[in-house]
Design a protein around this ligand. Sequence first.
Ligand code: ATP
Ligand code: MG
Length: 591
Amino acid sequence: MKASQFHFATLKEAPADAEVISHQLMARAGFIKRLAGGIYTYMPFGLRVIRRIENIIREEMNRAGAVELLMPLIQPAELWEESGRFSAYGPELLRIRDRHNRDFIVQPTSEEVVTDIARQDLRSYKQLPKNLYHIQTKFRDERRPRFGIMRGREFTMKDAYSFDRDKEAALISYQKMFDAYIRIFDRLGLQFRPVAADTGAIGGSARHEFQVIADTGEDAIAYCPDSDYAANVELAEAVAPAAPRGPATEPLVHTPTPGQARCEDVAAFLKLPLEKTVKSLVLAVDPAEGETGSATIWLLIVRGDHSLNEIKAGKVPGLAGFRFATEAEIVTTFGTPPGYLGPIGAPGPLRIVVDRTVAAMSDFVCGANEKDVHLTGVKFGRDLPEPVPAEQAGADTDVIVADIRNVVPGDLSPDGKGVLSIQRGIEVGHVFYLGTKYSEAMNATFIDTDGKPKPFEMGCYGIGVTRLLGAAIEQNHDDRGIIWPLGIAPFDVAICGLGWAKSEPVREAATKLYEACLAKGIDVILDDRGERPGVMFADWELIGVPIRINVGDRGLAEGKVEMVRRADMSNESLDIDAVLEAVVAAVGAKS
Ligand code: ATP
Ligand code: MG
């Protein structure tokens, strides 16, 4: 490609809405152009990177035995009604109508269509396992599109779907995808972690997110530096402290704490460490549909420096579908407004859950259910009942102990191999064992060995193709611009003709080298725009092409050209005859 024919649109300034470096650099380097909120044109440089990422994904998917097809962008609502998602998906699903007033959707994902294909074509166990995938545009009307194409509304995803006879086989398909993802993200040159994620209502352990490590990531990952334990913070287990509860040495005392409603304030006021206080959170569970009565009020207690994990709380028996209690409910139950609540002596009926860490505390401080008063020296077994593990608790258990908090750095790793650290990540892929959720809803069955129809066991596997550009840049940039990992750069090599307009020898030598690179199958661009060297260099450094060759009169006089490596900006003067070999060594010959 000659730069004079290519499309450049580099900018000096990033757009004002670009909050993260990847968005700023992609916009400045002219990789994307905003058309509407969360909707971007992939400009020629950007599209080249996307295509290279897609090809790596495609190669590894094919290697893993998956088969490519292409399912439509626009899908009929009826299929989505069969799965129940036409209404359940919510406002992220873009619903449209055709001229006959029929409902359609723009696909955010393709479980329905692929399950419909499977129920038509896969009739016998002999045709299983099968894994079908496509690389297709998605539309999700995200509440908050941001970070450029990292959280767009229109984006490209690779989504694959596996069909198996039974759960055991489905988990083998899952593992194959898991392994393929490791190869894909390795080949993309990214630093990443597979992270165990919440399986929600489906249960089981087979769900991982692939997270690219970056400070600007939207997800927090808890991991153990001494083992391969990694889990989303929402899922990571907070284990009970290793040491048993210490002896209580203080009596229970009503202690005035005027105006001190927050744990931090109470601790400072009483000159105690924050770890001696506990935080009270009040939840409510409404009666089931058809039942009467008022909501059940629950008090959840975590240590003063910890925070409630709402996903974990929802898994405590009886707490599914909880909401936060209203101020009126709090006053009725506790006889006092928030700030001074506690588990001891509340006037109203109450169910109590304490976190595992709290259950191991002694001589601690909690609200006294009286304005401007806290209790100090609280002791389990004396001032309130010993907590009972959730699994053993009944409807009349007074105090339940369960894991209800978010982990923090320094917590014991659940695998017992060290302590946890927390880092941020960008979710670039997702592997998910689905079970029979869609096959049952859509009556998608095959005939098993016993001659009976059975619903398919399914898995789904996504990769955010366009999000990967952002993730790669978040990990690979400097103050000059992007540093593309080899293998996904828009071009591998840029040849800059210095003094192009004036010098015939430069034009000749640069063109000759360009053609030699092309003959080797190298993705090369010849900068023949006739720009000043400073402009050319700044452009290629911003765009992030891995290798730049500078061809100028001064070097040519000595038979030399200069090779600059973008990653470390090192430069080398090479004999013109040796440069092709050096380029091939740096980027690999394609033919
Ligand atoms: P998130 O939690 O980030 O919203 P998700 O759970 O909705 O992701 P999946 O449905 O698993 O995502 O989609 C598979 C992959 O598609 C994700 O791992 C991510 O890389 C990508 N992806 C999801 N939403 C977007 C988006 N709005 N813009 C770009 N890529 C996206
Ligand atoms: Mg989402």
